[in-house]
Design a binder for this molecule. Sequence first.
Ligand code: AGP
Length: 614
Amino acid sequence: MCGIVGFSSRSVSACGPLVNGLRRLEYRGYDSAGVALASERDIRVFKRTGKVAELDRLLNAELPENERSTYTLGIAHTRWATHGLPTEVNAHPHVADGGNLALVHNGIIENYAALRAKLEARGCVFVSQTDTEVLAQLVATFDRGDLLSAVSQALKQVEGTYGIAVISRRHPGEMVVARKGSPLVIGVGENATIVASDVSAIVSHTRQVIYLKDGDVARVLPEGVDVFTLDNVPVSREMQEVEWDAGAAEKGGFEHFMLKEIFEQPETLRNTIRGRLDRVDGTSVLAGLNLPPRDLASIRRAVIIGCGTSLHAAMVGKYLFESLADLPTSPEQAAEFRYCNPIIGPSDWAVAVSQSGETADTLAAVRESIGKGALVSAICNVVGSTIAREAGRGVYLHAGPEISVASTKAFTSQVTVLLMMALKLGRTRRLSREEGLRLCEEIGGLPDKVGEVLKENDRIAAIAAKYAEAEDMFFLGRGILYPTALEGALKVKEISYVHAEGYQAAELKHGPIALLGEHTPVVALLNDIPGKEKTIGNVQECRARRAPVVGVVTAGDDDAARHCNDVIVVPRTSAACAPIVTAVALQLFAYHLARIRGCEIDQPRNLAKSVTVE
Ligand code: AGP
């Protein structure tokens, strides 16, 4: 996610606190950084791609120490690209009004294209590809002498999410901030007021903070802050005391980034889905795919390619593309694919799945597919990543940076994107509008269903504690739940170092059952979807060998539950959505297993977040 810092004082230079604040937000992941400094006479903007250290070097080179003291107001930003490549031009702050106004933004303005067209028709000239510059220009058009009013009027035209900070030469000493969907916190210190995306950039100045709420807009002065609604109605927001230290703040108060990212999933899924469901025609809107219905309808086969967790998402994609769109689909492990001289050509669609967008084998598979004339798309989380750029078309996850090496929120967003792709494919090939509308509703309800799983956290932790001594474990899944079984086993392997294997449930009796005994727990995915009864049979085979069984069971399904030693409850979904809610339950199970075993969770031994070498 992007990071915002604002600083307002009568006597203290803003330069140092802004750069240090950005450093505190580096953990959020970013690809460029910038700062706008305001004095009584001017606003100066400094931007750099790369790390905050680059920006700091630029400031040291271009802003002598003796000049810094005049700039006691400023805003700063670390950008994690969503619209537009990670370039200096696209970096924030963005300016308007001839450089007299500067704005930083965290979020997504969904209707930015329409707003930009209106502004261009009025003569506005844009220099970047970003939605944020549109917002800056829009605020400037409303400035009739009251900056807060100008911001409020502009935001009333915005659809989407924002956390913003704005300064203007026409309003010396004043900063206006606002939030909707992207957090903003205001720290009130003795000789300065600090604004930031989260408290980790504030606690070194003050622990007295105000958390803005969605729809709030505030005027920030060195002495304090006044909060209003967008209709200029004053609201009171209580001052709170921050208990966290900066390190804990980076993890949002969670013990590990992995747990923070697991709990982010209702929000990250909302961001993945936002603006992509067409509830009129019952289809999905994936503009980045750039594939008109004629092309989608003429594809003869899909090949979904990935590694690790992304391969598991690809395997779920097979079930989705075939069941919803009748499209023959084969998931491929990227390294196997690239070296097998694949049979792929112009009537095939290669879809590369990669959170980082930099995995070497997946990138090579993309190049191989392009070289053989296939249609190629990518599903990535990092905007402007190599795989995204070389595929040339695709869908971004909008899940925000994934810090923990073990992938969690990326997986559920990848599967959700594949589900929306299957919906789009299906509607051009066989799904009726009514079927499409029903699936739209179910996809739209996924964030809340994942939220229900997260409420099981304590119960899942207690179950994990019962099996924390196990050195071997099986995860069984059937049909669309088989890749989820693989994913659950991978999570356990990665972070708790337990030898866990994911298996097709029906395959157990073809060998692996020889390994079962009272010390080999089995996690069985018994969601109430077709195939459950058969998997219950497999569970009975396990129980007959005294293997303890942890069942993932649909809420209310007592018949399935009674076959298990322990039960993890997930909400009822269709088969298409079962992998998403189930994966979250298994992420929590693996996390608590690793925590109880005292393992290093965010940076497990031997692992890298992105495998950029073969
Ligand atoms: C997942 O928990 C692992 N960190 C790993 O398997 C990862 O999914 C794999 O390396 C692929 O990475 P990518 O999605 O960035 O291409």
